[in-house]
Design a protein. Structure first.
Lengths: 215, 394
């Protein structure tokens, strides 16, 4: 499945965007299947806005976004849920965990929500790799940001996908943990033959990116 | 597993006291409406049920009100056919009157009596006396008679004591042959009459209809006359509509049998009011329950939003929410049915002592009503849930 962005302009940022050039905004961009895309985005350029639009949690834009051959505006309800369960996964910058569920339950939710890709013990396996095995039974509300970020990463990897959207996925992690998480993500994407879009403030070499853009 | 996770996420939004309040409201309303349906069924059963039927009450003799000013008190064909068209009248039997002079006398000097007499006849199915002797064939001189019970009462309790005469039993009367003289062109034609039964229904001297038709043709010089009385069969002599219709048309009947129509009207009103109250309550309960669902969804809007963002299908959520609400509804419905069933059984036992019979079991109608209400509840649940999920989605 390829992703396409056609002359996308977020309405609240219209004037700001028209006053400068961008690699994404108001451009025709195609992300082929399996591409590992890095979008470098300085503060205030609409990085999170872009990710939210690509994942269809924001609708206030002009232009079009296509998931495969289908316009995102026309994907709704049950179909949207199916795609989010099987084709597009996400790691939000603000994590978005259920505070009253434990870390494990937050991950488990995504594992059992749609087609089950992994057995339950995969949670422990990944948690161990990212060093959060000991906090799995804690409510997400009392986990640190760093722990929450790793929970969100594992949660996103529990499902089948063709695209993974990541919005500053390592912002709360140190170098060592970032490397571990990136390795896990790369491994899981390779396993699925999946592509990803990662946004961040600066250049990095966490992954072997195939495309680079600047927002 | 998913179900448990949903439960943990959404449970916080379903307040315990709110749930209890909504359930109690639904419970009361449902109990009321089931009781109303059951009452209606019992009421109908008491009125029309076979075991509560009173054979006299279903037949009424109707005639015009005699006010002394009008000579002709016969019923016109039009009036009869109008009566026939009334929904509360099932069948109508005309009383045919004799159009010849007839007298009766005792065959014995030991027990002398003489009286001028008249005959009337009515189709057999309107007669409350069943006797194998109630028949006449052409050529036979023996005529069976049915006389009103009141005749015998008048004689036994009024006439006989005052004249120092013997009181008679029904079988004594039935064993006495009576000489009937029909006057025809100055001659007497004699028949032998015998009483074969006593009627509580029709206060007249009845002979078999085929005899009267024959005799009227044979002995009468007058043209056929209009009937002045008819017997009607009605499923409900206490029906207020019937009484109202008779009054309007200047007709009268045995007041005793229609006396209950006033009470009936009152009871009818009360039964109908219980219906309306039950239905109104149910409407409110449905409203309360759907508000409760709305509130639950509103209270967990953030959670539901995140669930949908993460890829939860609206169908999954709907199914889950329905599972939260529907079991209470089903439980309440069943509970109400059980309570109504118990009340019904108790009522049947109680009424039996008053020799009123109703079924000790809950009626089909109540069960059908329960099914319909459950269906409505399900519909309200599904609608409310899908409506509010859609609102949360955007």
């Amino acid at each position: 499945m390829q992703l396409q962005i056609q002359h996308l302009i977020p309405i609240p940022l219209r004037e700001k965007i028209q006053s400068r050039t961008s690699g994404i905004w108001n451009q025709q961009v195609v992300f082929g299947p399996g591409e590992w895309v890095k979008i470098k985005a300085p503060s205030g350029t609409g990085k999170t806005t872009l990710m939210n639009m690509l994942y269809k949690v924001r609708h206030d834009y002009e232009g079009d976004i296509l998931w495969g051959i289908r316009n995102l505006k026309e994907i709704n309800g049950v179909t949207l849920a199916e795609k989010r369960q099987n084709e597009v996964s996400v790691i939000f910058q603000d994590m978005r965990l259920f505070p009253n569920l434990t870390a494990r339950e937050n991950i488990e939710l995504k594992r059992v929500l749609g087609t089950q890709m992994y057995q339950a013990n995969k949670i422990e396996e990944m948690a161990e790799r990212l060093g959060i095995l000991s906090i799995l039974k804690q409510p997400a509300a009392i986990c640190s940001y760093g722990e929450q970020q790793r929970i969100a990463i594992i949660r996103a990897l529990m499902q089948p996908f063709k695209w993974l959207m990541m919005d500053e996925p390592f912002s709360h992690l140190d170098k060592e943990n970032t490397a571990k998480a990136a390795a896990l993500i790369a491994e899981e994407c390779t396993k699925r033959g999946a592509g990803f879009i990662l946004t961040d403030l600066d250049d990095d070499d966490h992954f072997a990116y195939t495309q680079h853009y600047t927002l | 597993m998913l179900h448990q996770l949903f439960q943990k996420i959404i449970r916080s939004g379903i307040g315990r006291s709110r749930r209890i309040m909504a359930s109690i409201g639904l419970f009361i309303a449902m109990l009321l409406i089931f009781a109303a349906v059951q009452t209606q069924v019992n009421y109908n059963e008491l009125l029309h049920g076979a075991s509560n039927q009173d054979s006299i009450a279903n037949f009424l003799v109707i005639n015009k009100k005699i006010d002394g000013n009008v000579r002709d008190n016969t019923l016109t064909n039009q009036q009869v056919s109008e009566l026939q068209q009334q929904p509360f009248i099932e069948e109508i039997g005309q009383l045919t009157a004799s159009r010849f002079k007839v007298s009766a006398q005792s065959p014995s000097d030991n027990f002398p009596f003489y009286t001028d007499l008249f005959f009337e006849s009515v189709p057999d199915k309107f007669i409350d006396v069943h006797s194998k002797d109630w028949k006449w064939e052409e050529g036979s001189t023996s005529i069976p008679l049915i006389i009103p019970n009141q005749f015998l009462d008048l004689y036994n309790f009024g006439f006989a004591p005052s004249q120092n005469l013997v009181q008679l039993t029904q079988s004594m009367v039935m064993s006495i042959p009576i000489v009937l003289n029909i006057h025809h062109q100055g001659q007497l034609v004699q028949f032998t009459g015998r009483v074969v039964g006593f009627s509580d229904r029709i206060s007249s001297v009845l002979v078999p209809q085929n005899f009267l038709l024959w005799a009227n043709k044979r002995f009468s010089s007058q043209a056929a006359a209009q009937p002045s009385r008819v017997v009607i069969r009605t499923n409900d002599p206490g029906n207020p509509q019937l009484v109202e219709y008779l009054q309007k048309s200047g007709l009268v009947t045995d007041a005793d049998k229609t006396r209950f129509s006033k009470y009936r009207q009152i009871v009818n009103t009360i039964v109908n009011a219980s219906w309306i109250t039950g239905a109104t309550m149910l409407l409110f309960a449905l409203l309360v329950f759907s508000l409760f669902i709305q509130l639950t969804i509103a209270a967990t809007k953030t959670e539901i939003n995140l669930l949908i963002t993460l890829g939860t299908s609206p169908k999954q959520l709907q199914k889950f929410l329905l599972k939260q609400f529907l079991p209470i509804n089903i439980f309440i419905t069943v509970l109400c049915l059980v309570i109504v069933a118990m009340l019904q059984w108790w009522l049947a036992t109680f009424l039996k002592q008053q020799s009123m019979n109703i079924s000790p079991l809950v009626s089909y109608f109540t069960i059908i009503a329960a099914a319909i209400i459950l269906l409505v509840l399900w519909f309200v649940n599904v609608r409310t849930i899908s409506k509010y999920i859609k609102q949360t989605e955007v």
